[in-house]
Design a protein. Structure first.
Length: 263
């Protein structure tokens, strides 16, 4: 069963690019517009592969969390659905899993209504909201998730769109502090550490698209996990985060990734 939203459908602004739609283009999707494609086409081709490798990390991390018995997920910065979606991954392992998706792009809402279909045993819900208002997201999530039991918080490829002045670390802390002990934070974040030669080109592309972008180095990404218990292999590049699966073939990823337990 899927929980819906009763809010009126907001209009999609096709005059400005949006990170969710640029990411969709980088993954080879078709739910994007010319303004989004312009940003994607302006950055080096390797970024397309980086998006795919980051998506693969999400699949591995979500599956691992489900195998630990986690059956509740709060996914913020969902993006346009690309199968397999997070709920499909975790419900294959734990059919009764409940998932709340969140994004601030109206086009994601339209797809969520059609595609985010749960197993009969589980539930999914979607809320259009901005991560910069974390308490609003938490208030909505409490309608489906039980905050007295462990929850996996997924912040995949999101926080690099939150500039320092919007306090990305404070936002993350607000979300993490609302979760009970035994919960997990799944996070990935873009970096220039692996591709320093592309810094100027990428920053120019996003600036011209009026999309805020704050790439961070390993130490800066590590701050998102302060006070948490990083699981093995720790904070690594996305292609080096794996558990029971064989090591991914690609070495570079353009992302740092980690999964941490909330004590």
């Amino acid at each position: 069963m899927t929980a819906g939203t009763s809010k009126p459908r907001p209009q999609v602004d096709t005059s400005k690019p949006h990170p969710a739609r640029v990411y969709d283009w980088l993954l080879g999707g078709k739910d994007n517009y010319a303004v989004d494609q312009a940003v994607g086409q302006a950055i080096p081709p390797e970024a397309k592969g980086n998006a795919r490798r980051n998506r693969a990390f999400m699949r591995r991390a979500a599956a691992w969390a489900a195998r630990q018995g986690i059956d509740q997920y709060l996914d913020i910065g969902t993006g346009i659905p690309t199968e397999p979606n997070l709920h499909q991954i975790v419900q294959e392992i734990v059919p009764a899993s409940r998932v709340v998706y969140t994004d601030n792009d109206p086009i994601v809402l339209r797809h969520a209504e059609a595609l985010l279909i749960s197993t009969p045993e589980g539930k999914t819900d979607y809320v259009q909201a901005d991560v910069r208002r974390p308490r609003e997201i938490l208030d909505h999530a409490r309608g489906l998730l039980d905050f007295s039991r462990p929850i996996a918080l997924s912040l995949i490829a999101l926080m690099h769109f939150i500039p320092d002045e919007d306090d990305p670390y404070g936002i993350t802390r607000t979300l993490v502090d609302a979760l009970p002990s035994g919960s997990y934070l799944l996070l990935s974040h873009t970096t220039f550490d692996e591709h320093p030669q592309y810094r100027d080109t990428v920053m120019k592309a996003y600036k011209e698209g009026e999309i805020p972008l704050r790439m961070r180095d390993r130490a800066e990404v590590g701050r998102f996990f302060d006070g948490l218990e990083l699981t093995s292999p720790g904070l690594v590049t996305a292609t080096h985060w794996y558990k029971d699966e064989p090591a991914p073939a690609d070495e570079l990823s353009g992302f740092y990734a980690g999964v941490a337990r909330i004590p």
